[in-house]
Ligand binder design. Structure first.
Ligand code: SF4
Ligand code: SF4
Length: 284
């Protein structure tokens, strides 16, 4: 892609947001958003920093990449000596754990590296493998993206019936294999850019997401989850409502039965069946 390139400068930034005590009404059905997308869109933050850094390399031709080019970002980060790869496929950076996102400056400058690739610290640990609800970690660093909940929430189209229950209330992403990792145990938030209290937050209300109009979506389209577009957000929210079996989501799901989109009508029917089934079991 960049025939003039001689070096890649690898960068990582911690995105771990602060934990807010949630004192909102617990009876309202809510979704879950992975930490990477709870607040400010990391692409803009990291690109801004890397642009400023690259402009300070005298006479350099450069291209800043933040998840926008098919670069093997994790592999480059490991080769650079900045990070090591875990069994869960994530890269780990000293002091940040795996709560990092990556970016690169590709440059025509012939830079020397002074670091060696870091060895894995996983040892015999298999906590992430054993904790993954989708059994999606199939080898060291190998994730089956046809089962991984994070990938499913981002993929377009219909979601297999047998995979829907695994998504629980996840609207975007999944943090389980990072949450359980002992290497992340003492990591604290460190980037103020990701402290903002903004959409989607950790747990957006499902009813709002299921019923989100095109106009409402326009207002949040530049948020960190906006790129999966309105249909996927509404699909994931309906599946989450079905999995939570919360009667409060019945009306919004019933309205989705009249949607123009057959995929949404299908998940609405699925969600209503799940909720009603649970209500009947409760009455019995
Ligand atoms: S993100 Fe979730 S579903 Fe995917 S591998 Fe990790 S724990 Fe499993
Ligand atoms: S949970 Fe254990 S095996 Fe998985 S990435 Fe963390 S240290 Fe490695």
């Amino acid at each position: 892609m960049f025939p003039w390139a001689k070096s890649v400068i690898c960068a990582a930034i911690s995105y771990l947001p602060p934990v807010h005590e949630d004192e909102r009404d617990k009876s309202i059905p809510r979704g879950f958003v992975a930490r990477v997308a709870q607040s400010t869109d990391y692409h803009a933050v990291l690109r801004g920093k890397l642009d400023r850094l690259a402009r300070n390399i005298p006479g350099a031709r450069f291209e800043v990449c933040v998840d926008t080019n098919p670069l093997p970002e994790r592999k480059l980060a490991a080769l650079s000596g900045m990070a090591w790869r875990g069994r869960n496929g994530c890269v780990f950076v000293e002091g940040c754990g795996s709560w990092v996102v990556l970016g690169e400056i590709v440059t025509d400058q012939d830079l020397k590296t002074d670091d060696e690739p870091l060895p894995s610290r996983c040892g015999d640990c298999t906590i992430c493998v054993d904790s993954c609800p989708a059994q999606a970690i199939t080898g060291y660093g190998i994730i089956d993206h046809t089962r991984c909940i994070s990938a499913l929430t981002q993929a377009s189209g219909a979601i297999d019936l047998c995979l829907r229950p695994l998504m629980h209330n996840n609207i975007y992403g999944c943090d389980i294999c990072q949450q359980v990792c002992p290497q992340n145990a003492d990591i604290r938030p460190q980037s103020p850019e990701f402290a903002a209290d903004m959409f989607p937050g950790q747990s957006p209300e499902l009813i709002h997401l299921i019923s989100m109009t095109a106009v409402e979506f326009k207002n949040i389209s530049s948020s960190s989850i906006g790129w999966i577009r309105r249909t996927r957000i509404r699909r994931n929210a309906a599946i989450a409502a079905g999995n939570l079996r919360n009667k409060k989501a019945l009306e919004a799901s019933a309205q989705m039965l009249n949607d123009d989109n057959a995929l949404l009508r299908d998940v609405a029917r699925w969600a209503i069946d799940k909720i009603n089934l649970d209500c009947r079991a409760g009455e019995g």
